[in-house]
Design a protein around this ligand. Structure first.
Ligand code: HGY
Ligand code: MN
Ligand code: MN
Length: 422
């Protein structure tokens, strides 16, 4: 049976609007970057909401924030639901926030309905999913999964010069009511609801995506160093032009990578150069490359192609080359028992769905290393995301929460002796 009717759609829409006001940008998006004052304000609002409902709140050393509703067998591993609250600098109101607030709505709906669950349920807001202020992304979920200690990134510097260690300490201290849990709680299963951030669901008119896998991602930071020289007096054969080398490498990659393989993704998202004077040949150029592919081996081939192309351009323009890896996420496949549970919830509710791979990375990719995980996608207008125009229709918001609710209740009441999903 379905408990979809327990979802309070207007409460969820109000909640989304209130969180969208934190870090709101004039163009209608949000700038709520990880560990910023805006991020701290959003975490506080969630914590206060949780305490007002009698839920307990915790954080861990990575400042991942948890909201817990007890289960009848409270010692059993919890069902974890949630996403992230941090955003891109010119981000949308739904990326991350929709999954986190829909998860909180699920907790409130279950509480309102007076439903007792066998297992405890926890909502999580993972720290720094986006990775735009402090690379890499998914820091909180990687730390939660034990893949990295958060203090490995202590020295990471934000463009405004602050360092992660200080921002993390300030963020933890800003929520003293949330006790820092030394140990990671055992997780029975993790379900993350998120906007698709692509056009497929909207184009097909399907309200729910059952995400079975996430493609792999690598971030590289390329630095070409030549020699500053006079723009007017220096003939081509004497130039050590870092910008010419960068432009040549980027143009070559953009002309081949996604043309040869439509599944591949290559993005140059950030570029800076020195000295930046109109009549000086650039001495140094640094740019980022985001490459993605569903196949691990083909992603490795893409990295090799980037390295080779940059090396050839560097040689042609007599520049030195450094390429640093900033993020390396292998593709992941989600737990079939969980994707089946999402499909069952859709069938029970009579809602159309389709299985799909995620083009974006998500926290679920890392939680999946330590507990069975899966994702639910909802459509976003035009597939636009990482853009202030990001939008999700109210019906899709409510349907997403209703699907998440039924899946959560299913898992929270699964055979209590079952320690492992399958
Ligand atoms: O970049 C990503 O895939 C994620 O949306 N941060
Ligand atoms: Mn996201
Ligand atoms: Mn994002």
């Amino acid at each position: 049976m379905s408990f979809a009717a327990a979802v309070n759609g207007s409460r969820l829409l109000r909640s989304l609007a209130e969180f969208a006001a934190i870090g709101a940008t004039p163009a209608g998006g949000v700038n709520r970057q990880a560990l910023s004052p805006e991020d701290r304000a959003a975490r506080r609002l969630l914590a206060e909401r949780a305490q007002a409902r009698g839920f307990s709140i915790f954080q861990d050393e990575a400042a991942n924030l948890f909201v817990r509703r007890r289960g009848n067998h409270d010692g059993l591993p919890a069902v974890l639901i949630g996403s992230h609250l941090d955003s891109q600098p010119t981000g949308g109101r739904f990326d991350g926030a929709l999954g986190t607030l829909s998860a909180f709505e699920v907790l409130e709906a279950i509480e309102d309905a007076g439903i007792a669950t066998v297992r405890p349920i926890e909502v999580v807001a993972f720290t720094n999913e986006e990775g735009c202020r402090y690379a890499p992304g998914c820091m909180g979920s990687m730390a939660f999964a034990g893949l990295h200690a958060i203090n490995e990134w202590n020295a990471a510097a934000a463009p405004d010069g602050t360092h992660l260690a200080q921002d993390l300490a300030d963020t933890l201290a800003a929520l003293p009511e949330a006790m820092i849990r030394p140990e990671r709680p055992e997780v029975f299963a993790f379900i993350e609801l998120h906007i698709e951030q692509g056009p497929v669901l909207e184009r097909e008119g399907v309200p729910i995506g059952v995400v079975t896998a996430v493609q792999g991602t690598k971030w590289l930071e390329v630095t070409l160093t030549g020699e500053a020289a006079h723009a007017g007096t220096t003939p081509r054969e004497f130039r050590k032009d870092a910008m010419a080398a960068a432009a040549e490498a980027i143009a070559a990659l953009q002309a081949t990578v996604m043309v040869v393989d439509p599944q591949a993704r290559l993005t140059v998202g950030r570029l800076s150069l020195e000295p930046g004077s109109i009549n000086v040949i650039p001495r140094r150029v640094t740019f980022t490359i985001d490459i993605r592919h569903p196949e691990r081996m083909l992603l490795a081939d893409l990295e090799e192609q980037v390295r080779t192309t940059c090396a050839m351009a560097a040689e042609r323009w007599r520049c030195s080359l450094e390429i640093a890896s900033r993020l390396d996420m292998a593709p992941g496949v989600f737990e079939p028992v969980l994707t089946a549970a999402i499909e069952t919830a859709c069938q029970t509710q009579g809602v159309a769905y389709r299985r799909m791979t995620s083009g974006a990375f998500h926290d679920a990719l890392f939680v999946n290393r330590i507990a069975p995980s899966a994702m639910i996608f909802v459509p976003c207008r035009g597939g636009i995301s990482h853009n202030e125009a990001e939008f999700v229709a109210a019906d899709d918001i409510v349907q997403g929460a209703a699907t998440l609710l039924d899946v959560t209740l299913d898992l929270a009441n699964r055979n209590p002796t079952l320690r492992v999903m399958t």
